[in-house]
Design a protein around this ligand. Structure first.
Ligand code: SAM
Length: 173
């Protein structure tokens, strides 16, 4: 079941520390077909319905060049999420997982990210596929999808720094 705000068996909520405001600015609004969290996809898909991202002034001129990218990364604020769970039970079966091992919308800073397919841009509106958020979700940022982007600025020393790679051991190995 999709969470509204209930706590499930074995889940753990904490009292969050006093917040330090990072001055996140909502730069637009996302329109989707979904008005209930019970219907919204768990993850967007590239053949999902076309959704609209409206960018507000004074940010519209920042869209210059986005039309060159077939895919964009979208960051959004999952504004209806609770923010205080450290252990969560996505399957509601008593088995809990750490918040940072999940892509659940319930997290200290409820930021969602999706890779979307850009269909077209009309003025301040982008038409995209691949979202999984509620209608009216606030927009935080847009970036070219990482694999399509080559830095334009010249490289810096750190770009050439390498170390032998040792794979992270998986917990259940
Ligand atoms: N793709 C993003 C990610 O991986 O960061 C978000 C994934 S999250 C599992 C998607 C779910 O968040 C949806 O199925 C819905 O239940 C919930 N959701 C979507 N929009 C929301 C919003 N504005 N506020 C709270 N929950 C939202």
């Amino acid at each position: 079941m999709v969470r509204l705000n209930e706590i499930r068996e074995n889940e753990v909520a904490i009292t969050p520390p006093e917040t330090a405001d990072a001055h996140i600015v909502f730069i637009g609004r996302i329109s989707t077909p979904w008005t209930s969290r019970m219907e919204t996809p768990r993850q967007g898909r590239p053949d999902g319905p076309v959704c609209t991202i409206e960018v507000f002034e004074p940010w519209v001129q920042a869209l210059k060049g986005t039309e060159r990218f077939e895919r964009l990364e979208v960051l959004y604020w999952l504004h209806q999420s609770r923010r205080d769970l450290v252990l969560q039970s996505p399957a509601s079966n008593g088995e809990v997982h750490g918040t940072f091992s999940l892509r659940s919308p319930v997290r200290p800073n409820p930021i969602g990210t999706s890779i979307v397919v850009l269909e077209k841009i009309e003025g301040n509106r982008l038409f995209v596929r691949g979202l999984d958020c509620l209608d009216g979700t606030p927009l935080i940022d847009l970036k070219p999808e990482r694999s399509l982007f080559k830095p334009i600025a010249p490289p810096q020393k750190g770009d050439f720094a390498t170390e032998p790679v040792r794979m992270c051991k998986k917990i259940d190995e």
